[in-house]
Design a protein around this ligand. Sequence first.
Ligand code: SF4
Length: 659
Amino acid sequence: MSVPTSATSPGESLFHRLEPLLEKVSKPIQYVGGELNSQTKDWHCGGHGPDGEELTVRWSLMYPDAYEVGLPNQGVMILYEVLNEQTNALAERTYAVWPDMEDAMREQGVPQFTVDGHRAVRDFDVFGLSFSTELGYTNMLTALDLAGIALHAADRGDDEPIVLAGGHAAFNPEPIADFIDAAVVGDGEEAVLAITQHVAAWKAQGRPGGRKELLLRLARTGGVYVPSLYDVDYLPDGRIKRVAPAPDATGVPWRVSKHTVMELDEWPYPKQPLVPLAETVHERMSVEIFRGCTRGCRFCQAGMITRPVRERSITGIGDMVSQGLAATGFEEVGLLSLSSADHTEIAEITKGLADRYEGTQTGLSLPSTRVDAFNIDLANELTRNGRRSGLTFAPEGGSERIRKVINKMVTEDDLINTVAAAYGAGWRQVKLYFMCGLPTETDEDVLQIAELAKRVIETGRQVSGRKDIRCTVSIGGFVPKPHTPFQWCAQLGVEETDARLQKLRDAIRSDKRYGSSIGMRYHDGQPGIVEGLLSRGDRRVGSVIEAVWRDGGRFDGWSEHFSYERWMRCAAEALGPHGLDVAWYTTRERGETEVLPWDHLDSGLDKEWLWDDWQDALDETEVDDCRWTPCFDCGVCPQMGTEIQIGPTGKKLLPLTVV
Ligand code: SF4
C-alpha cells in the first residue's frame, strides 16, 4: 500500500489539501472539526528550552471508528480535555476515515490528520488509541498506514510517534503487540499526565537514547506496558510457556499494573463536553456517576477490570450536569456508569435533577439499569420532563439456572414485578437483553427466554388492561473475555450458536397468543468468533489482523463491512504455520495452570480467586456484591492500594439560582 507523506512542516494545517477531497466523499462534515468546545492549541504552547529544545508534548487521540461512534466516546473526551489543560501539552482528535475518504487520501497523498488542527498525526509525539472493542484493530492499521507511521513498532524511527493503546481491550494487548509501542491499562487521567511528564523531561534533555530510551523509561514506571521489552516463549503444543522481561530490559517489572483514579470528584471531566457537528450515536451529554462495579457478573469484563466501586458525590454530579448543560446546550443528560441505579444516592440524584429542570426540555436517562435496582419512583423521576420511551433491562440469561452460573442474581419474579410496575405506570415497550452461548448453557436455557418474554407480555396486558404491549428480546453472542472467571471457558461455535438462536426464534414465532407482541433481534455467531479470537489471542494473532487488513478488512464492527470469510481465510493462512487455528483460540477450554497471554497485565484480580469463581460458576454458586457484604478477597483493593468509595453522603441537590 502506498504511504502518503506530509509535505507540510510539522504542525502546519493540511486543510488546504483536505478541502478539495471533501466534495467527493460521504458525510464530509465529519472531517472538518471546529465543534463547540473543541480546541486547537498553539503547536509550541510548551515553549522551548535554553538550547532550543522542543518542550511541548503533543498527543493525537483516536477512537478507531467512524466519527459518529468515536466523537461521543467519554474516554477520549476526558483525556482530550485533561491534556489540553496542561500548559506544556496539547491534544487533538482523529477518527477512522470511511473507505471512500481513505481512497481519496491515498490518491492525493493526504496523510491521516486530526480534525482539530488538521495536522498530520505523524507530527505528534504520542498517538494514543482507545479500544473499547477489539474490532477496531484493523482501523488502527489503516490509520497508521495513512499517517505514514511504520505498521510494526520494530520498524519505527525516532521521528515517529509513540503508538499507545488504552481502553478495555488493552487489558490484553498481545494481539496488537507488533503494532503498538506501549499500552496503558486502567483509568487514563493520571496515566496520560504521568506519561506527558516523562516525554517532556526526555525532550528537554535532548531526547537521549531516542525512542528506545523513552520506552524503557516509561516501562520502568511499572504502569506502562511496552511489549517489545517482553519475550514470549511457547510450549511445543502451542500454549505459552512464559512471558518475561527481555534480557536487556533491566528494571522493567514482570507484571504491569493497572491505573485506578480515586476521588472521582477531583476529576470532573469532561467539563466542556464536545458537541458533534454531524449525527452521532448519542445526542446527549453524559456524566459518569460512578466507576467500577462489584456485582460480580462473571461474563462482564468491564465490571471485573474497573474494581473497586468509586462514586462521584451527589453534589459533584449536580455541578457537572449544570456546567455541562451550560457549555453545550444539550437537552438530555445520561447518568453514566456500568449499572447506574446502583449509586447509593440515585433516588436523590434523579429527584434533585428532575426538580431542578422541571418545566424545561432537559431529560434524564440511565443508560444501564439493573432489573433489581430499578423501581418505579426512579422511572417516574427520569421521565418527569420527557416522554416515556422504551425501558431496557438485561437479565442476560434466560433461565434461573444460567443466571446463577453467570452470577446475575435476578430472579424471574424480580423481572416480572419490575416490568409489571413499568407497564402499570404507562410504559408500552420493554426491551430485554440476553446472551447466547454462556458456559454450561443448553437449548433449554435459551428457550426459557421465550417463556420469560411471554410472561412479560401476559403481565403487561393484565396490569395495563391493553393489548398493544410489546417486548423486544435482543440477544448477543457471549464472548469470553480476559480477566474474568470465564477467561478459561470454551466459546460456543458459530453453528451451535446459530442453531440455538433458530430454535428460540421458532419458539417465539410459533406462539399464537404472544408471538406477535414479541420482537427478536440477534446477530449470528460469526462476529463473536472473530471477537473471541482477538479477545483471548496472543502475539501470533497479530499476523491474522495484518493479513485481514492487507486483504481490505476495515470497520469490522460494522456488519456491512465485516467479512467472516476473510477472517477465517486469513487466520488459516497465518496460524497454520504455528499448528494453530481459530478453534484453538476460541472453542478450546483452558486448564488451570495454562499461562494466559494477559497474565503479565495486572488488573488486581487474583488468578486463584478468578479460578475459584469459575468453579463456583460451574457449581451454580452465587457470590455477593462486596459493596454490601464483607470483602470476598478478589484481590483488587490490597493489590492496587484502593478501596470502595460509596455514599450515602446525605447531601441534597439544591435548586439552581436563576440568573
Ligand atoms: S478486594 Fe474486596 S472490597 Fe475490593 S473489590 Fe475485591 S471483593 Fe470488593
